[in-house]
Design a protein around this ligand. Structure first.
Ligand code: PBG
Length: 329
């Protein structure tokens, strides 16, 4: 059968029918809110390239965490921003129990307990004076294996502070296995690992660099993936799962929807996607110019990421989107 007997418009004619046949719905519990906390702040500070997002003080971080939980958000991903004098060659403040990120993890756990999933960024870039995700070898390249030893200790420091899940985002070979081994040896068998499995070296992290006051000169192409490579993402993911990843993530999200779908077809562990700072900034900037409808664009972008196959979405709109979605369904 075909037209005129078949008319697909029949199922689009009213809001009620469209709702009945809607294939993809995003739920608040699938959203994870990334949050920045800056050492020494007493008031939150705006991030100019991420309108609406802020660097939090310890106090305002607790409030934002509380608000996200009230909206039904499924998780929080914490990033610490140390003062400049607390950055060094090896990123030692990332490991220190009184480093800003570890302190913030404890603060948030004290605020929200087990009512949401508290995650922390397990990477050195916010804490190193050169801004790279690991320690440097004599030739200036990032030393993979020396970095693993630090990630292992950093993972234990974050678990000790109370993190439920650590996000290995540095793209060092072997990082998931090194962190898993260290967590298990320290009796943190139940702390889970969100592996940034397919993380691409691209232009969409620009606003994040402002948000964390990154010291990076140059780029991360020696460790993050080339944007044109899809099959390589499968290898990255297989290795992370073999090393003990509990969840695998694709990042950024919208420019890499095909990668999300390929992982969905291939693996049976939860798949996350990170709608990164540049994706956020593009929609905010276009909406500020009245070029697109902001709320519709936000929800459409999240729906597309879910439709591609991600069941967890990290997004800076998590709290607001959760509120919008609750009003809708
Ligand atoms: C590394 C890290 C980055 C982001 C999350 N974790 C920066 C990078 O890889 O350069 C970017 C997130 C975003 O742009 O929203 N710690």
């Amino acid at each position: 059968m075909s037209y005129p007997d078949v008319r697909l418009r029949r199922l689009r004619r009213s809001a009620a029918i469209r709702r009945l046949v809607e294939e993809t719905r995003v739920a608040p519990a699938e959203l994870v809110l990334p949050l920045f906390v800056k050492e020494g702040l007493t008031e939150p500070r705006a991030i100019s390239s991420m309108p609406g997002a802020v660097q939090h003080s310890r106090e305002s971080l607790r409030k934002a965490a509380h608000e996200a939980v009230r909206a039904g958000v499924g998780g929080l991903m914490l990033y610490g921003v140390p003062t400049d004098d607390h950055k060094d060659e090896t990123g030692s403040q990332g490991l220190a129990p009184d480093g800003i990120l570890n302190v913030a993890i404890s603060d948030v756990i004290a605020e929200v307990g087990d009512s949401t999933v508290v995650m922390s960024d397990l990477c050195l870039d916010e804490f190193t004076s050169h801004g790279h995700c690991g320690v440097l070898a004599d030739d200036g390249s990032v030393d993979n294996d020396a970095t693993l030893a630090l990630y292992a200790r950093m993972g234990v420091a974050q678990a000790t502070a109370g993190a439920h899940m650590v996000g290995t985002s540095g793209m060092m070979d072997g990082q998931v296995g090194a962190v898993r081994k260290a967590l298990d040896a320290a009796n943190f068998q139940d702390t889970s690992i969100l592996a940034y499995a397919a993380k691409y070296a691209g232009a969409f992290y620009g606003p994040f660099r402002e948000a964390v006051e990154s010291s990076l000169q140059g780029d991360r192409r020696q460790y993050q993936q080339d944007p044109g490579n899809a099959r390589e993402a499968l290898r990255e993911t297989d290795l992370d799962i073999a090393e003990g990843a509990d969840v695998v993530m694709v990042k950024p999200a919208m420019p890499y929807l095909d990668i999300i779908t390929r992982l969905r077809d291939r693996v049976d562990i939860p798949i996350a996607a990170y709608q990164v700072s540049g994706e956020y900034a593009m929609i905010e900037a276009a909406a500020a110019n009245n070029w697109i409808d902001r709320e519709r664009a936000i929800l459409e972008s999240l729906t597309s990421i879910k439709r591609a196959g991600a069941q967890i979405i990290l997004t800076y709109w998590a709290t607001e989107a959760a509120q919008l979605l609750r009003a809708r369904y």
